[in-house]
Design a protein around this ligand. Structure first.
Ligand code: NAD
Length: 384
């Protein structure tokens, strides 16, 4: 009895200590958020005065000061230095992202159709930060469309794929002749055709190869499929490059063919694997307890898909009859591989010889794949 009471007391004490740690952690996060707000004020001032992002002398002073403060508080200076270097690395990268937002054609007027959506909001923020005048046209704004299109330099269409062609047709008559008409749709062929059909001015297809939670355009790819483009319309692609993005130019046909593999087939295969796990009610947590880092990485990708918007993925996968045909081919190849498995010893020999042929075909890419996946795996092991 006594023993139970004392272990109950210990449990309560432990619970109270954990609550205090939780409370302190929340306070730390709130303080970091307040620190970041002030950093942003500093960035705005530096930007206005065209001062550089990082001031090494200020950083060195700050580290010395924090180390001394750590000693006074009975903490290891190394530990505190490491923490502050991390905090400063983060604030430096956000400063760089903010300050490098040079406007290639500042003051140009941009209309984002669907500007209240995820991608629309992202581009609106970036354009505004670079000095552009950004206007938004959402579902309820069509009554003001003529006013919103006055003196426009760029109309960027960022609406659900299925509505894009109809919205382009509705918008085009209001656009000034020299305004660039562009879209962000993940499928380029039909949208580019609709823009060219309904608008006689400059036309540009764009496909950002990233999602709306991307912190900056640094090293991100934007595929550009020109429809009707003059040299004077190049500022938009130049703006993406100025933001640190990588611009890849191609035709709408090649884009769509490659995206069928890069997006449609890959997402469908991921969906299929996730659905299979779901139908079998596999205990995901338990599998992870036994898992190799490779399985963990793979399951992360599956989990990531199911944490996102089903509409967006269905639009990509169901987009064209060619995509359905590609998935059918993929299914057939599964069937053939199954036949190898059913062929016992002979099948196994053939499996090995097929494997060798495919390895040879992958060639030098295999080395890159080992290097890159090795990097990811090591990062994963470090963290989890
Ligand atoms: P979203 O659903 O978040 O945004 C679409 C916006 O369009 C919404 O705000 C909606 O209200 C608006 N809209 C719908 N009908 C409209 C109408 N008739 N008039 C005006 N506005 C209307 O979608 P999203 O994820 O931002 O995607 C937008 C585009 O970007 C799509 O073409 C998509 O293919 C492309 N894209 C998305 C991603 C991504 O990861 N989300 C990546 C690359 C490209």
């Amino acid at each position: 009895m006594m023993e139970t009471e004392s272990s109950q007391r210990e449990d309560d004490h432990l619970a109270r200590l954990r609550e205090r740690i939780d409370d302190l952690d929340h306070q730390l996060i709130e303080l970091l958020a307040r620190r970041q707000e002030i950093v942003e004020e500093v960035v705005a001032l530096k930007k206005a005065r065209q001062m550089p992002v990082c001031h090494p002398a200020r950083e060195a002073d700050l580290i010395d000061n924090r180390r001394a403060c750590a000693l006074q508080n009975g903490l290891e200076p190394e530990y505190v230095e490491e923490l502050f270097r991390n905090i400063m690395r983060y604030s430096r990268s956000t400063q760089t992202a903010e300050i490098s937002r040079v406007g290639v054609k500042p003051q140009a007027r941009i209309l984002i159709v669907g500007g209240g959506g995820a991608m629309g909001r992202l581009f609106a923020r970036w354009f505004k930060a670079s000095g552009y005048e950004v206007r938004i046209l959402e579902r309820e704004d069509w009554g003001r469309v003529a006013e919103l299109c006055g003196g426009l330099d760029l109309a960027l269409v960022s609406v659900p794929i299925a509505d894009t062609a109809a919205i382009i047709k509705r918008l085009a008559p209001y656009l000034p002749g020299k305004c660039i008409l562009a879209d962000l749709t993940s499928i380029k062929g039909p949208t580019l055709a609709a823009m060219l059909e309904h608008f006689a001015g400059p036309v540009l297809g764009l496909h950002p190869m990233f999602g709306p939670d991307t912190p900056s355009l640094e090293r991100q790819i934007v595929v550009v499929t020109p429809g009707r483009e003059g040299l004077e319309d190049r500022w938009l692609a130049e703006q993406f490059a100025a933001w640190g993005g990588v611009v890849v130019r191609t035709t709408a046909d090649e884009h769509d063919e490659i995206m069928a593999i890069v997006q449609a087939l890959r997402h469908f295969a991921t969906f299929t694997f996730g659905r299979f796990l779901y139908l079998r009610r596999v205990d995901l947590k338990r599998t992870l307890e036994f898992s190799s880092p490779i399985y963990r990485l793979e399951l992360d990708m599956v989990g990531r898909l199911f944490a996102q918007d089903p509409e967006l993925y269905s639009e990509i996968i169901f987009a064209t009859p060619e995509r359905l045909a590609l998935v059918r081919d993929y299914l057939n190849s599964f069937q053939q591989n199954l036949e190898l498995l059913e062929g016992n010893a002979v099948g196994r020999e053939r499996f090995v010889s097929e494997f060798k042929a495919i390895s040879a075909w992958f060639g030098a890419y295999s080395n890159q794949a080992i290097r890159e996946s090795g990097y990811l795996i090591n990062k994963l092991i470090e963290r989890f």
